[in-house]
Design a protein around this ligand. Structure first.
Ligand code: PLP
Length: 388
């Protein structure tokens, strides 16, 4: 067995590194989830989450992964057979589409090449063509974690308005919330889906829905079966500070701490930090002579970078090598990109020297794996970090 020393580099695009402050907060004794101290905790985290989602509306917290929060968004707003417009931006958009179909929704899945975000022209055209109003929701992934491509949510809302369509807008922000600018209210999103283990710097285990007044109103008539995910019972209990079932008490302690950390930093500063690390990473990729999965600079993700592996080389072999030699975990290629790409997560509790170490591990790994590339990516990234 190989013994490792020093810090493991967890640079997958989530789960991300959990800061000491959050780990210590989680390590406190569990309390009665029907007592007054817990009610205060609930109110604090929900108020804090409103600031993170940039909303004054309702936010619910589930003891779930992000997949649960996806399901909650669909079953609370839609009825069997309702039309849903979705876009094939990558692996996670495809999984959400599969879920919608399994729930009995009628999905139009606009094909995509996994290298671009939501096609705004195709979106507007599909909505304009839907004269009978069969499409009840547009459901998109803001930041495709499988490709490092970010779709333009403000632009999506503008095109929905331009088409004069009344569909709800559902947005997955699982790998963008608290890392990339995202405004639930200003962009008039109806349901924002997210979870704990990425930009919020927590372990996996909490799922979120931020809910507009319109989505809440439509949920009264939505007929997909729901029980565990039901907003109404959740919101009714949350009012008094409680949950309809046993909540993840210790993760909520961690959430309170993580929100405090993000608000101390300030969301604009956190977004700028992610933007700078993403730009430095892209400089490295460019200097290596490798290709990003993302093809449109306006759609580059700031929370992760997905890189195409040169033909004939296996991305997972590189990942195995850097794990064994440098104790560095990189993200695997998912779905259609399996073996053909690898991903660097640079989100959450992350700083310049962590990025320098990560990129050094990748550069050494490329050399040792015999991948054709040009040295100097780390130097290019450091130059940007030093200059900004
Ligand atoms: C964009 C996106 N959506 C959905 C999911 C699914 O979340 P979970 O694995 O927490 O259920 C993920 C997971 O990485 C994701 O990145």
């Amino acid at each position: 067995m190989t013994v490792t020393r020093g810090r493991h580099f967890l640079q997958i695009p989530g789960p991300t590194n959990v800061p000491e402050r959050v780990l210590r907060a989680i390590a406190r004794p569990t309390i009665d989830h029907r007592g007054p101290a817990f009610a205060r905790l609930t109110h604090e985290v929900i108020d804090g989450l409103r600031q993170i989602f940039q909303t004054r509306g309702a936010v619910v917290v589930y003891p779930s992964s992000g997949t649960g929060a996806w399901e909650a968004a669909l079953v609370n707003t839609l009825s069997p057979g309702d039309g849903v417009l979705m876009f094939e931006t990558g692996h996670f958009a495809t999984l959400w589409r599969n879920m919608a179909e399994r729930l009995g929704l009628s999905v139009t899945f606009v094909p995509g090449d996994w290298r671009h975000g939501v096609d705004l022209d195709a979106l507007e055209a599909a909505l304009r063509a839907d004269r009978g109003g069969a499409i009840k929701a547009v459901a998109v992934v803001h930041n495709e974690t499988s490709t490092g491509v970010a779709s333009r949510v403000a632009g999506i809302r503008e095109r929905m308005d331009a088409a004069g369509h009344r569909a709800l807008l559902l947005v997955d922000t699982i790998s963008s919330l608290a890392s990339m600018d995202y405004r639930h209210d200003a962009w008039r999103v109806d349901v924002t889906v997210s979870c704990s283990q990425k930009g919020l710097m927590l372990p996996p285990g909490l799922g979120f829905n931020a809910i507009s007044a319109e989505a809440l109103a439509r949920s009264a008539d939505a007929r997909l079966p729901r029980a565990y995910w039901d907003w109404q019972s959740m919101l009714a209990d949350n009012e008094a500070g409680f949950f309809p079932y046993t909540p993840s008490t210790n993760l909520l302690y961690g959430l309170r701490e993580a929100i405090a950390m993000l608000l101390e930093e300030g969301l604009p500063a956190a977004f700028a930090r992610h933007r700078r690390h993403a730009e430095a990473t892209r400089r490295a990729v460019q200097a290596w002579g490798l290709e990003l999965v993302a093809q449109n600079p306006d759609e580059y993700s700031n929370s992760l970078t997905a890189i195409m592996m040169p033909g004939g080389h296996d991305a997972d072999a590189l990942r195995r090598l850097v794990l064994e030699r440098f104790d560095l975990s990189l993200g695997t290629g998912l779905g259609k990109l399996k073996g053909r790409s690898f991903r660097i997560g640079h989100l959450g509790d992350f700083n310049d020297l962590m990025l320098a170490g990560t990129l050094s591990g990748v550069e050494m790994g490329l050399a040792q794996a015999g991948v054709p590339f040009t040295r100097g990516g780390v130097t290019a990234a450091l130059a940007l970090l030093a200059a900004t």
